[in-house]
Write a protein that binds this ligand. Structure first.
Ligand code: DQA
Length: 148
């Protein structure tokens, strides 16, 4: 079972960006946490981060036929990108949405999630732990739907 973990714009600046909201751990620490979570779950991992909407769309398209499940934090594109929503719907790969911060308690423009409309589950406001929960959930979800 292989999962693709996608992180969107500015997440590469974790640690530096708004630490009161996103914490003091950097992006390398997040990647190590995600890899350890995948190892714990016994799934293969591919990590991808981009600041570019089209690159994220390209990556989702390329996942078709190669990836069993997607964990995605589309960052700011969560609230704007119909293109990422359409890509997730097009490939029909089960996806789980993650947000480090609790977007439900933030600005009104963060209250819509386009990508979330194509996701089977969302983990919001749990910090890095949300990625671990998403990976474990997807593993279970895929085991039950594919019989793996
Ligand atoms: C975020 C929340 C988004 O609103 C924001 O634009 C981000 C990060 C989060 O993980 O909390 O860049 O997706």
């Amino acid at each position: 079972m292989k999962l693709l973990i996608i992180n969107g714009p500015n997440l590469n600046l974790l640690g530096l960006r708004e630490p009161d909201i996103y914490g003091r751990q950097d992006f390398h620490a997040l990647e190590q946490f995600i890899l350890a979570s995948c190892e714990e779950a016994g799934v293969e991992a591919e990590l991808f981060q981009s600041n570019h909407e089209g690159a994220i769309v390209d990556k989702i398209q390329a996942a078709y036929g190669n990836i069993d499940g997607i964990v995605i934090n589309p960052a700011a594109y969560t609230h704007t990108s119909v293109a990422i929503l359409d890509a997730l719907k097009a490939v029909q790969i089960p996806a789980v949405e993650v947000h480090i911060s609790d977007v439900s308690r933030r600005e009104s423009f963060r209250q819509i999630s386009y990508a979330g409309m194509a996701c089977v589950k969302s983990y919001i406001g749990l910090g890095f732990e949300g990625y671990r929960q998403a990976i474990l959930y997807l593993k279970d979800y895929l085991s039950n739907t594919t019989g793996e």
